[in-house]
Design a protein around this ligand. Structure first.
Ligand code: PLP
Length: 248
C-alpha cells in the first residue's frame, strides 16, 4: 500500500468513526432533554471537503449535506451526479444551503437546494420566490435570526423577524419551515446555551401568534449537544465529521 492510499484509508476509518460518534452524541443529548433522537436531523456540512470523502460520507449513511457557497455546491453536485451515472447512487440525498445567500445567486440556490437556512431579508425572500416560481418549485426556507451583537454575523434582528415572516408567508412559492441561528464561537459551550434558549423562546412566541415553525436549525461541531438539549431539530456539523478545514 502506498503512503497516500494509507492516508486515505486512515481518513476513511476516522470518518466512519466520527459519523457514528456524532449520531451517538446527538442521541444522548436528545435523551437527556427527554426528546426522541428521531426529532434531530444531522446536516453534514461538506464545505471544502473533497468529493471522494463526500462519497464515503454518503456510503457511511449521511443523507443531508450542507454547503455554504452556491458555486462550490454546484460544482460538487454536478460531479457527484456525473459519477452516479457509472456506479453511484445519489437518490435520497438532499442538499441544504447553510451559508449567506446573495440575491444574484438566488436562481442557482433554488436549482440546487432542498432547504435554504439563511433567509434574512424581504428582498432576498422575494427574489427566491421569483426564481422558485420560474422553476415551478415550492422552495423550503428557514429565516436566519441574529441574536448576537457581532457585526459580521448575518441574520434578521428579532425586532424585524415578524415582518419578514409575514412577508415570507404571503409569498406563494416559499414554504417557511422554521428558524436558524448561529451564536458566536465560545470555548465554553455553556456560553452558547442562552442563544439556543432564546431562539426557542422566539419560536414559541411566534407560534402563539399563528406561525408554524417546526424546525430549529442550531448547533455546530462545538456546541451541537447543548443546542439539542435546548430544542434543535437540525444540527449543522462539519469539523466533528470531516476534521479541521484548512484555512484559505
Ligand atoms: C461551516 C458551518 C457549519 C459547520 O461548522 P463546524 O464548526 O465545522 O461544525 C455550520 N453552519 C454554518 C452556517 C457554517 O458555515
Amino acid at each position: 500500500m502506498s503512503l497516500t492510499t494509507g492516508i486515505v484509508t486512515c481518513k476513511l476509518h476516522l470518518l466512519i468513526k466520527n459519523i457514528s460518534d456524532t449520531f451517538k452524541k446527538m442521541s444522548y443529548a436528545a435523551m437527556r432533554a427527554g426528546r426522541s433522537p428521531e426529532e434531530v436531523k444531522l446536516i453534514a456540512v461538506t464545505k471544502t471537503v473533497k468529493i471522494e470523502i463526500i462519497k464515503e460520507a454518503i456510503d457511511g449513511g449521511l443523507r443531508v449535506l450542507g454547503e455554504n457557497r452556491v458555486q462550490e455546491a454546484r460544482a460538487k453536485i454536478e460531479e457527484l451526479s456525473r459519477l452516479s451515472t457509472d456506479n453511484y447512487e445519489l437518490t435520497g440525498i438532499s442538499w441544504h444551503l447553510v451559508g449567506h445567500l446573495q440575491k444574484n445567486k438566488a436562481k442557482y440556490a433554488v436549482q440546487l437546494f432542498d432547504l435554504i437556512h439563511t433567509i434574512d431579508s424581504v428582498e432576498l425572500a422575494e427574489e427566491i420566490d421569483r426564481q422558485a416560481e420560474k422553476r415551478g418549485k415550492i422552495q423550503r426556507v428557514l429565516a436566519q435570526v441574529k441574536l448576537s451583537k457581532e457585526e459580521a454575523k448575518h441574520g434578521v434582528l428579532p425586532k424585524d423577524l415578524m415582518h419578514l415572516l409575514e412577508k415570507i408567508k404571503a409569498l406563494g412559492n416559499l414554504k417557511l419551515e422554521g428558524l436558524m441561528t448561529m451564536p458566536p464561537f465560545f470555548e465554553d459551550t455553556e456560553e452558547a446555551r442562552p442563544y439556543f434558549k432564546r431562539l426557542l423562546e422566539v419560536r414559541n412566541e411566534l407560534e402563539k401568534m399563528g406561525f408554524i415553525l417546526p424546525e430549529l436549525s442550531m448547533g455546530m461541531s462545538n456546541d451541537f449537544e447543548v443546542a439539542i438539549e435546548e430544542g434543535a431539530t437540525m444540527v449543522r456539523i462539519g469539523t466533528a465529521l470531516f476534521g479541521e478545514r484548512s484555512k484559505g
